[in-house]
Design a protein around this ligand. Structure first.
Ligand SMILES: Nc1ncnc2c1ncn2[C@@H]1O[C@H](COP(=O)(O)OP(=O)(O)OP(=O)(O)O)[C@@H](O)[C@H]1O
Ligand SMILES: [Mg+2]
Length: 358
């Protein structure tokens, strides 16, 4: 095990120890466990920080499912905690409300000409709000990869929008504001308003952008599973993050099937061997990352209790419980088989009874 001393520790302890950390993004492919991992990270941070906020920027929110508590777009205290808050924001809805959703409108044409400007504006507004709230650390549960990367590009998108609006304003002057009024955008949301909004966001954008690029304050945690597509996507993500100068040095590999005596099925064994191939590749590719492996559980990770229990593997690397070929292993196998037999008998019983009714 001599060489493992060189490799970074396989836990998320490094994140919890980094006192200066303010923004933690959690991202990865769809369904790999981003919401589960970000929820658990927020719970772990709540143990060591004064106040923690977890934000979901995924339009298909599932923080509510993970915590089994309803959240809205304002921070709500998570039940059972005194310093952990959660909120779910939808990057798209706000824009539709504020800029009007008529797809033929002049303003709509304008915003369409700068892709992502609407989303970027609501993200910036949300960050502006969160900045004033003074949380010690903010964890983002992001939507699948493409969306996250778009959000991280938001300062550039907004600057482009601002420049475009300015040049239009200079070109057309008063005519521009008359047109916006004429084409259905009322006084309360004319070009001045949008310009004003963009201008007002400039400081926050610059400040947040600086913080996002500061590895002391921001990091991105990549969540994945040991499969080809996920490995491939992680590599793409890491490269994009490097391009945006956003720090990343933690990878969580979820749904790992460990070589345990309980793995009796041929299917699971085959999948385990497949996973091992990709796990090896992760370790080769990311030898300077903290790689945390999480076991695939027989059930979902729902509710605070389940999250708390699963958080164990974030702090201590998973170890197969019993060695193969021992009395303990055989005992466990027998008890599993007994349970399976009981389940099958109960099912058979149910089916027979059901049949009698008809
Ligand atoms: N290690 C695990 N073992 C068993 N179930 C898990 C594990 N990790 C996550 N799950 C379950 O898998 C489902 C998907 O996880 P989760 O919602 O965290 O993924 P996600 O990446 O956020 O998905 P999406 O891309 O849809 O937002 C959830 O029901 C969760 O409880
Ligand atoms: Mg999710």
């Amino acid at each position: 095990m001599g060489s493992s001393e060189e490799a970074p520790e396989g836990t998320v302890e490094n994140l919890l120890e980094q006192d200066t950390l303010k923004w933690v993004f959690v991202g990865g492919k769809g369904g790999v466990g981003k919401t589960t991992c970000s929820s658990i990270l927020s719970i772990l941070f709540a143990r060591v920080r004064s106040s923690v906020l977890i934000i979901s920027t995924d339009p298909a929110h599932n923080l509510s499912d993970a915590f089994q508590q309803r959240f809205t777009k304002t921070p709500t205290l998570v039940t059972g905690f005194s310093n952990l808050y959660a909120m779910e924001v939808d990057p798209n809805v706000e824009h539709e409300e504020s800029l009007g959703s008529d797809s033929d409108g002049f303003m709509s044409d304008l915003t369409n000409s700068i892709p992502g400007i609407d989303e970027a504006m609501s993200f910036a507004e949300m960050l502006k709000l969160v900045q004033t709230m003074d949380y010690s650390v903010i964890v983002f549960d992001t939507a699948p990869t493409g969306h996250t990367l778009r959000l991280l590009q938001f300062p550039a998108t907004l600057e482009k929008g601002l420049a475009k609006m300015m040049s239009l304003k200079n070109k057309f002057g008063g005519l521009f504001s008359q047109m916006t009024r004429l084409f259905g955008v009322g006084d309360d949301f004319g070009e001045d308003d949008i310009l004003g909004k963009l201008e007002g966001m400039k400081d926050v954008i610059q400040q947040v952008n600086k913080q996002f690029k500061d590895p002391d304050m921001t990091t991105f945690v990549c969540v994945c599973i040991p499969e080809f597509l996920s490995l491939y996507e992680t590599e793409r993500l890491v490269q994009e993050l490097t391009k945006f100068e956003i720090d990343t040095h933690n990878i969580i590999i979820n749904q790992v099937i460990f070589d345990e005596e309980v793995v009796e099925s041929k299917l699971l064994r085959a999948r385990m061997n497949m996973q091992q191939k990709y796990l090896d590749q992760f370790y080769v590719l990311y030898d300077d990352f903290h790689i945390t492996k999480l076991p695939l559980l027989p059930q979902e990770v729902c509710g605070i209790e389940a999250l708390q229990a699963f958080s164990y593997y974030f702090l201590s690397p998973y170890q197969a419980s019993i060695a193969r070929g021992t009395v303990e292993e055989l005992e466990q196998r027998v008890s599993i088989l007994r349970e399976q037999l009981q389940d099958a008998e109960a099912e058979l019983d149910r089916l027979r009874k059901g049949k009698q009714k008809f």
